[in-house]
Design a protein around this ligand. Structure first.
Ligand code: GLA
Length: 497
């Protein structure tokens, strides 16, 4: 399905659910009129990309493991009008949200566009999409354009507002320049483009945003090739599962905290993979998944084919207990383990990433990654192979989500007190499973709830978490921005204006 070409969608009904269409029609009309008011011309088309919620599989995409997110009903829409070919090629981007000021940039033939990742500026994400898309089309003469952005994905909340924006910008750039890409190709361009923002992200967000499918989650594999396989909740359909998003309101911007949080985790997982590979005398290992696959092949030869993903991960989980020590490693310790110099460790494992740390936790990070990868396969297997005759399937899925949260909190240290508290409240309020979603350190919690329990769940969570902390929310109607049920939605789309 990822080879599917991106084509113009005829109508809003192709993109949104029927009950959303009237409100979306008004939104697009308002965007069109604002565009005309601001730029004096009508837009040619809209590019649209949703956010995502990750159901399970956190911080394992950059180690090469599969993840299980779905696109959500909040999205970014960009109205676009191409400019006549002229030099210099100029792109102007404005936002319906007055917090973001209008900006213009010129296309540079050598670097395409300059992105200063040390400055935290919203336009950087637009530039990332632009650059990622055009980097691989060096021979075209690009066209300038004007764009007006309308987004409703909460920012810094773990719902991929930035990746959705990057993907949407790449999509707009693609259409203006008459480039034809499949969804998979667009995804790759967006993943590469977002690397220019200064965080060593994996590819989960862009893949989920571009490839979303109504009523289906996505099992995303990164190796050997990027693939997004839609998976339905059919086996548990009779229990009517609903995913509810609750926002801690702790803003977690991974681009701001990357050196001590996200990028540091990337480096820790690389170090763990390198040391494990050294102990097992394996070569060409960059990620924990590379180590896992080489190790199993090395130990089991032809028999490895017969080992399930689950069994393989159990084996590598046992191995790390013997080879990685709990607690902190210094750079010198890592160098000693690898029988090399600190300078070599830096250039091999840290050079392309900005981090700030004096110690590295390798055992707990590797344990999280292998056990979380196991849970994704278990989640997949429950949904693919079960018929739920026992009626316990939903509970088992929820239990895997709970285990994932415990691992994120205790081993990967990407939770925070507010997430831990909100997760507890969600469980007490009837969620079968509840966990942080996205990079963590703040942002949103996702809960699996049975539809019959939904109203009671929402009432309870709003009282216990939101109204208790912010009594003014009781009457100001803002609760639906912070606590809402969502369904799996469709992915990137182009719509005529
Ligand atoms: C962010 C990154 C993703 C992924 C998650 C954690 O959302 O962009 O690539 O690593 O964090 O699972």
């Amino acid at each position: 399905m990822t080879a599917e070409p991106l084509v113009f969608s005829g109508s809003l009904a192709d993109v949104y659910f029927d009950d959303e269409v009237p409100a979306q029609r008004e939104r697009y009309q308002a965007l069109k009129e604002s565009f005309h008011k601001r730029f004096g011309v009508w837009p040619d088309f809209y590019a649209r990309c949703p956010g995502r919620v990750n159901i399970i599989g956190e911080h394992i995409d950059y180690s090469g493991y599969s993840v299980f997110p779905m696109a959500v009903s909040r999205d970014v829409v960009i109205a676009v009008a191409s400019l006549e070919s002229s030099m210099p090629v100029q792109v102007t981007v404005a936002n319906q949200d007055p917090r973001y000021t209008e900006t213009s940039f010129q296309h540079q033939s050598d670097s395409i566009v300059h992105i200063d990742s040390s400055v935290h500026d919203w336009i950087n994400y637009f530039k990332c999409g632009y650059k990622g898309l055009l980097e691989s089309h060096g021979n075209i003469q690009p066209r300038g354009f004007r764009a007006l952005v309308d987004g409703n994905i909460p920012t810094g909340a773990g719902l991929s507002s930035s990746s959705a924006f990057v993907c949407c910008s790449a999509l707009a750039t693609m259409q203006v320049n008459g480039i034809k890409l499949s969804k998979l190709e667009l995804t790759q361009r967006a993943i590469e483009g977002e690397q220019h923002a200064g965080v060593k992200i994996g590819g989960m967000d862009q893949t989920a945003c571009v490839n979303g499918v109504k009523e289906q989650a996505l099992l995303i594999d990164f190796v050997p090739v990027l693939r997004a396989t839609p998976v339905s909740f059919q086996p548990v359909a009779s229990s009517a599962p609903v995913f509810v998003i609750a926002n801690t309101r702790v803003v977690a911007d991974k681009h701001v905290t990357a050196p001590t949080n996200y990028n540091l985790r990337v480096v820790e997982t690389r170090m763990a993979a390198a040391i494990l590979a050294k102990h097992a005398n394996l070569h060409n290992v960059a990620t924990l998944r590379d180590f896992h696959k080489s190790f199993i092949l090395d130990q089991y030869g032809d028999q490895s084919q017969g080992l399930s993903d689950d069994r393989q991960l159990q084996i590598v989980l046992a191995y790390i207990d013997t080879k990685l020590k709990p607690g902190y490693y210094s750079l010198e310790d890592v160098a000693a383990e690898l029988q090399t110099s600190v300078a070599q460790v830096r250039s091999r494992l840290v050079a392309d990433v900005t981090i700030r740390a004096s110690g590295f936790q390798l055992h707990s990070r590797a344990k999280h990654v292998f056990s979380e990868a196991r849970r994704v396969y278990q989640f997949r297997d429950l949904l693919i192979s079960s018929d739920d005759s026992s009626g316990d399937l939903l509970k088992e899925l929820g239990e895997l989500m709970n285990q994932s949260q415990a691992s994120c909190s205790d081993l990967f240290h990407c939770s925070c007190p507010e997430i831990d508290e909100l997760v507890e409240i969600c469980r007490r309020s009837g969620a079968l499973g509840s966990r942080l979603t996205g990079a963590g350190w703040g942002g949103c919690v996702v809960s699996l709830v049975q539809r019959s329990d939904l109203d009671r769940f929402l009432d309870h969570v709003q009282e216990e978490y939101f109204f208790r902390r912010w009594p003014e929310m009781r009457g100001d109607g803002s609760i639906s921005n912070y606590l809402f049920a969502t369904r799996a939605c469709s992915g990137a789309a182009l719509l005529p204006a």
